[in-house]
Ligand binder design. Structure first.
Ligand SMILES: *[C@@H]1O[C@H](CO)[C@@H](O)[C@H](O)[C@H]1NC(C)=O
Ligand SMILES: *[C@@H]1O[C@H](CO)[C@@H](O)[C@H](O)[C@H]1NC(C)=O
Ligand SMILES: *[C@@H]1O[C@H](CO)[C@@H](O)[C@H](O)[C@H]1NC(C)=O
Ligand SMILES: *[C@@H]1O[C@H](CO)[C@@H](O)[C@H](O)[C@H]1NC(C)=O
Length: 681
């Protein structure tokens, strides 16, 4: 609190330029390194870090796996072709870890396109390759010891399907089950006899759904795993199962609920399985939504316990403490902090560290290891990985990586929390204000409202250089950027999250408009130079906002839906659309109409820049086509860019994200400074 007051006082003395540091450029900002996963070896001597960075000259991102020695801080590149989804994992003794490499790059190694499981030995520094067939494994885990593993692949095609081919040729029957909807479980045994290594792979069982994550519970002699589905339509497609290895015809379902379970981890005694839950659907007949929680299930009796006692925010990640209990990364407002909880009945305790966003966490599993590794970022501090030997070193942690050092050497914008009230229901809403460098606390600035996606995500106290969280770059280009944490944002309690239901656009949209009003009446934003934009749900809200007011001179809308019925009918997560709107189209047509964008499009005057991944399954590109067509017919300046081969997250080619941001900045600059229509409605 003290810090906040100090910022307010300083504000009046800081309104001058301090350009001693160089200006941040778009090329530098989007050249950042991201970190995707962390894994400490059992005794915490080694840390595996999965990093991701753009390789501009080859139009792709590079997934690299680094092995860090935590004592000497030496590092070694293991591969720069790491498989992006299967997380490397240490063997029970910590002598080995496995990893997979990307299918595309592996082709060069084998003409038959075989996949290899890579086992790296930290003592010999050699890699053992195990041929696991032609399918990419869905999930892998170690067995009881370092000589066995389990893996699961998509089931290979069966005879029955071949016969159908004569009758159906290449015709696809939607909803008909395919062999690729099933999984096959395998066990790998490695024998080392007289310096000769032999590998035996045995098929265990076929199961008629796809598997997401896999763990072995040695104490119970069971494999525990999650079921998943590409289409998020039925919450019961996402549950936890256990397979008894003593008798594989004994498959039991451990959960039966309306959440998705993720991030499975076992307690040190192997008897409690932990998981994060993500709410999916209306519960108890009444539509509501919940933030992510942490639960555990007792594998001996099936009893479920809830963790996070006393914490009202959003649980983003966790790791098991070797000395009992868990470390939780919990988001409250714009910060994600580290909490400790010793047992499910005790309250969580905040571990005082730095302000900002802790993300990714791993701890050593051996009983005497108190070490943890984590990622951290805040407004002034780019994302890096840190290692500490004890939780009480949080304040003095030193980075073990330095992928984003350059950002620290640039003249970064300063940011602060800004709060206002939506007078409709007197809710306090907060957001982040990023001031152009050297303009902290200045008045009458041109405003860019940058709206986060989700809607249950949040704008956070962090600095990540990507096409999505580019507020610092827009501020560097002279915009005062407001990132509103509107109704429906996670980390502000379950009620705040649920207040969007039935008003998926109008309620968060009015929260945002109230924020703009407040910035104008405080004299901070120039009412004649207002602009707006966002990606995904942020694009959705942008599309709605321009139908409500002509106050925005320019809009930059990314992967945003334009029409609820078509969105519900084609999105890969129809469950969410129905939940947020409050029912199906035929049940509540009036809400679908009242919250509409396309039926109100005639009011739009704001020049709008639109982008979409050409293969986006979350928000199909047809939504952007519909919006562009409407604006074109209305004579409103509009431009639509498609990014070939990209799905919702633009992960294929870094140039797509760069061109998106480059063109959006140009659009804001071209239209944002001239008010075509001064009416404020
Ligand atoms: C991006 O970073 C890499 C290494 O970190 C550097 O070699 C390259 O020149 C940078 N590219 C740009 C466009 O800044
Ligand atoms: C395995 O479980 C099935 C189903 O309960 C049972 O019928 C079968 O006898 C068991 N097999 C063995 C070897 O215990
Ligand atoms: C839809 O809007 C109309 C007009 O503002 C209002 O009378 C009606 O109550 C709204 N219906 C719903 C379901 O929100
Ligand atoms: C400004 O906007 C108002 C309300 O949307 C509209 O009636 C008016 O014609 C517009 N004026 C110009 C000059 O576009």
């Amino acid at each position: 609190m003290k810090c906040y007051l100090l910022v307010l006082v300083l504000a009046y003395f800081q309104c001058f330029s301090t350009e001693t540091l160089q200006k941040l450029t778009i090329d530098e900002f989007l050249n950042s390194t991201q970190y995707k996963s962390l894994s400490l070896s059992p005794n915490a001597d080694y840390l595996l870090v999965h990093s991701l960075r753009p390789v501009w000259e080859s139009n792709r991102y590079e997934d690299a796996l680094w092995l860090h020695q935590t004592k000497t801080r030496q590092k070694k590149l293991i591969t720069n072709q790491l498989h992006s989804n299967i997380k490397p994992k240490w063997s029970p003794t910590g002598t080995w870890f496995y990893y997979l490499v990307n299918a595309v790059n592996e082709r060069s190694q084998s003409s038959k396109n075989e996949k290899y499981l890579h086992l790296y030995n930290i003592i010999s520094e050699e890699t053992l390759l195990i041929d696991v067939g032609t399918q990419n494994p869905l999930a892998i885990t170690w067995g009881n010891d370092d000589n066995s593993l389990y893996f699961i692949s998509i089931a290979s095609s069966q005879e029955g399907n071949k016969m159908n081919e004569n009758e159906w040729k290449d015709v696809i029957q939607y909803r008909q089950r395919k062999h690729t909807d099933s999984s096959t479980f395998y066990r790998i045994d490695i024998k080392n006899k007289d310096q000769k290594i032999s590998v035996k792979i045995t098929t265990i069982i076929n199961i008629d759904f796809l598997v997401g994550e896999l763990l072995l519970a040695p104490a119970e002699n069971k494999l525990v795993f999650t079921s998943v589905s590409a289409l998020v339509e039925n919450p019961h497609d996402f549950e936890i199962y256990a397979l008894d290895l003593r008798n594989v015809s004994l498959l039991s379902k451990l959960t039966d609920n309306k959440v998705v379970e993720q991030n499975l981890q076992l307690s040190p005694d192997g008897k409690h399985l932990f998981f994060v839950t993500i709410s999916l659907e209306p519960t108890g007949g009444k539509y509501n939504d919940k933030q992510n929680t942490l639960d555990s299930i007792d594998l001996t009796n099936g009893k479920i316990e809830h963790w996070g006692k006393g914490f009202n925010g959003n649980i983003r990640s966790y790791t098991i403490r070797s000395q009992g209990g868990v470390y939780i990364l919990g988001q409250l407002g714009i910060n994600v902090q580290l909490y400790v909880q010793q047992s499910s009945t005790k309250y969580v305790m905040l571990q005082h560290g730095w302000e900002g966003t802790y993300q990714l966490i791993s701890s050593g599993s051996s009983p005497h290891s108190l070490s943890i590794a984590f990622g951290h970022s805040s407004f002034e501090r780019p994302f890096e990985i840190y290692f500490i030997e004890h939780i009480n070193q949080l304040y003095v942690a030193k980075a073990i990586t330095c992928g984003n050092q350059l950002l620290r050497e640039r003249n970064l914008p300063r940011a602060k929390i800004y709060r206002w009230i939506n007078s409709e229901d007197d809710r306090i809403i907060e957001g982040i204000l990023h001031y152009p460098p050297g303009k902290f606390g200045c008045k009458n600035l041109p405003l860019f409202v940058l709206i986060h996606g989700g809607p249950n995500a949040a704008s956070l106290n962090m600095l990540i250089g990507d096409y999505y969280s580019w507020a610092p770059l827009a501020a560097t280009e002279g915009w005062l950027v407001l990132e509103p944490n509107y109704r429906g944002t996670g980390g502000y309690g379950d009620e705040f999250l649920s207040e969007i239901i039935g008003h998926p656009l109008s309620r968060p949209g009015r929260d945002i408009l109230a924020g703009v009003d407040s910035l104008i009446s405080d004299g901070i934003a120039n009412p004649n130079r207002l602009t707006v934009g966002g990606y995904s749900y942020g694009g959705f809200l942008t599309n709605w906002l321009i139908t409500q007011t002509t106050r925005f001179n320019a809009a930059v809308s990314g992967a945003g839906p334009a029409e609820h019925v078509s969105l519900w009918g084609s999105i890969d997560m129809p469950v969410y659309v129905a939940t947020y709107i409050g029912g199906y189209p035929w049940e509540i047509p009036e809400t679908y109409y009242n919250e509409s964008i396309m039926f109100k499009l005639g009011h739009v005057q704001t020049p709008t820049h639109i982008v979409s991944g050409a293969n986006d399954l979350r928000v199909p590109p047809s939504e952007s086509l519909m919006l562009e067509r409407g604006l074109h017919y209305l004579g409103v300046p509009a431009k639509l860019l498609f990014f070939p081969n990209e799905d919702h997250d633009l992960t294929i080619n870094p140039w797509h994200g760069k061109i998106k941001v480059r063109e959006e900045l140009k659009w804001l600059n071209k239209y944002g400074h001239t008010s075509l229509n001064k009416t404020i409605n």
